[in-house]
Design a binder for this molecule. Structure first.
Ligand code: SF4
Length: 177
């Protein structure tokens, strides 16, 4: 990976922060999957979420096939951070930036795995579980679906995820090899 070339490309995008990471730094926790199952309304609704992504062990093995990755963060200011809909509406722009960064990483990698935010929202009605995903190249499983403690990774790389006020922070992880 020519990081200097990639960083020059990243400088053209509206990223808040980014960090090159090693997958050995990742902390996996079954607790994250438990929260998916018990607290997320998107659980069992798309191919990007559990249980479609596979067991925690299968997810971990999928991630650990890669040694390195790029963590990106975007921020958006909203009028009221407590307004869930307004907060969620900022996600589409983050997903588009994730898609652009993943495309840049793919230019230099044999294989990538992109993990992003929440459930997939490409289709009005997801095919899960009755038919294959319509757009597997555009479907990014959620980081949390793979049991990764994303805040731990952000802390390790001094990425400030507790921005003050009405700031929404989203993370994605693009693993490559
Ligand atoms: S691309 Fe469509 S079919 Fe695939 S996970 Fe997303 S919503 Fe479901």
């Amino acid at each position: 990976m020519d990081k200097a070339r990639l960083e020059a490309q990243l400088a053209q995008l509206p990223l808040y922060q980014y960090a090159f990471i090693r997958t050995e730094e990742l902390v996996f926790s079954d607790r994250v999957r438990y929260i998916c199952e018990t607290e997320c309304p998107m659980y069992n609704t798309t191919w990007a979420c559990p249980p479609a992504v596979g067991s925690p062990q299968a997810c971990r093995e999928r991630v650990e096939r890669f040694d390195e990755g790029l963590m990106i963060a975007t921020i958006t200011e909203v009028s009221d951070i407590a307004n869930i809909q307004e907060t969620l509406d900022t996600r589409a722009a983050h997903e588009e930036i994730t898609r652009q960064v993943a495309a840049l990483v793919k230019q230099q990698a044999d294989e990538t795995l992109t993990l992003s935010t929440e459930a997939c929202a490409h289709c009005e009605h997801c095919t899960w579980p009755h038919a294959p995903c319509r757009f597997p190249e555009r479907m990014f499983p959620c980081v949390e679906s793979h049991c990764i403690l994303v805040t731990d990774l952000a802390e390790k790389h001094n990425i400030d995820f507790l921005a003050a006020g009405n700031i929404v922070t989203w993370f994605s992880l693009i693993l490559y090899r």
